[in-house]
Design a protein around this ligand. Structure first.
Ligand SMILES: NC(=O)c1ccc[n+]([C@@H]2O[C@H](COP(=O)([O-])OP(=O)(O)OC[C@H]3O[C@@H](n4cnc5c(N)ncnc54)[C@H](O)[C@@H]3O)[C@@H](O)[C@H]2O)c1
Ligand SMILES: [Zn+2]
Length: 366
């Protein structure tokens, strides 16, 4: 095994380590055992990841004298539901998990959010470990402690802040991830560079092809950088009362696009890519940053094979509704995260008419 990167998320009594490496999945057992707790552990995964990685994980846990119970849900966002949650509680009880049993989430963000919320609430909270297997989950959803499920009325409407005891990231799991998912995860990687680190951004400009080619060393370094950056933001603002809002760069418009297209047309990262280019361009148009900043973001997004423009034909009304411009927040304005330079953010409050003006300039038909 090559060198691993270790990062500590500082949250006082809730602090935890993130370990990132290439080929470390099969060594997880000893690490889990070292954390203590009862021998009976629950491993939650989805139907796709199960076939790829569950055996390695179960074997390693057994070799460390642990007694894992595998719980599988269907693959996809539909599994982030109250029905799956209830299914997990049933399986946990059936398998004899107790207060000292660890729940391990093996999969993408859906599994991390679902299993994390189950761990936060089962027996009023049992220890939890994240083993993220998508790029999005490795750089974003597994770090920071947000867990939850969707309701029929909307996404992430029920949940809890619940920090894991450990995040164990094997970048080799990304070799089986569909290319489109890899590219979508790269949008979040680009985001960290854009908002927090000119150095990471420059590295991406130089080495994007190595990442797209899934070279282990590049992946370990970049996933490590992203986790470090997210960890520093989360340490300062665990519950999103301030600084954490900068992580929403690209997301105000991104979420709106996902919603307007019924979560079918875009993967989350693709919609965020459009949103980041939009936010960078509007920052430049308002003189908050040099034009070059927006050009570099747009170029990197396009090189990553991600969309950079709003689709033509969106109705003004539905766009305003989706960004919340009708909710009269911030004195009738919607707050966007903008850029002052690569690595430095600012906030931009826009009224509905200004949003439409920038959206027109940023759409494919323009
Ligand atoms: N908690 C947070 O802070 C946070 C942050 C961002 C997103 N999220 C949530 O994350 C979810 C999206 O996560 P996601 O993009 O990882 O989706 P996902 O979990 O649905 O995974 C995407 C697809 O990839 C498959 N997959 C996973 N790992 C694989 C691998 N190594 N090889 C092959 N296939 C693999 C999955 O089975 C699934 O079909 C959303 O529900 C979103 O709300 C949470
Ligand atoms: Zn995101």
């Amino acid at each position: 095994m090559r060198e691993t990167v270790n990062i500590q998320v500082d949250l006082g009594a809730r602090s935890y380590p993130i370990t990132i490496g290439a080929g470390i999945l099969g060594s997880i057992g000893a690490r889990v055992a070292s954390l203590g707790g009862s021998h009976r552990v629950g491993v939650v995964t989805d139907s796709t990841v199960r076939g790829l990685y569950a055996d390695d994980v179960l074997r390693s846990l057994r070799a460390a004298s642990l007694d894992p119970a595998l719980v599988e849900v269907a693959d996809g966002e539909e599994s982030k539901s109250l029905a799956s949650l209830s299914f997990l509680y049933d399986r946990f009880l059936e398998a004899g998990l107790d207060r000292r049993s660890t729940v391990i989430a093996l999969g993408g963000g859906v599994i991390g959010d679902l299993a994390g919320f189950a761990a936060a609430t089962f027996l009023r909270g049992v220890p939890f470990i994240q083993v993220p297997t998508t790029l999005l989950a490795q750089v974003d959803s597994s770090v920071g402690g947000k867990t939850g499920v969707n309701l029929p009325q909307g996404k992430n409407l029920v949940g809890a802040f619940y920090q894991p005891r450990l995040v164990w990231i094997d970048v080799l799991t990304l070799t089986t991830l569909p290319q489109r998912q890899v590219r979508a995860g790269l949008a979040e990687v680009i985001k960290y560079g854009a908002i927090l680190s000119a150095e990471l951004f420059e590295y991406l400009e130089r080495s994007l092809d190595r990442l797209l080619g899934l070279e282990d060393e590049a992946l370990v370094n970049v996933v490590g950088d992203c986790c470090r950056l997210k960890a520093s933001v989360v340490s300062e603002d665990e519950r999103e009362s301030g600084l954490r809002a900068i992580l929403n760069f690209g997301h105000t418009l991104g979420h709106a696009l996902e919603q307007m297209t019924d979560y079918r047309r875009y993967l989350h990262g693709e919609a965020v890519a459009v949103g980041m280019v939009f936010a960078a361009r509007l920052s430049a148009e308002r003189g908050l940053c040099p034009v070059d900043v927006a050009t570099r973001i747009e170029r990197l997004v396009e090189r990553a094979g991600l969309p950079s423009r709003l689709p033509g034909g969106l109705s003004a009304d539905s766009l305003l509704r989706a960004v919340g411009a009708d909710k009269k927040i911030q004195d009738g304005k919607v707050r966007f995260v903008g850029l002052q330079s690569i690595g430095k953010t600012c906030f931009v409050d826009l009224a509905g008419a200004e949003i439409l003006h920038h959206a027109e300039a940023a759409s494919v038909a323009a």
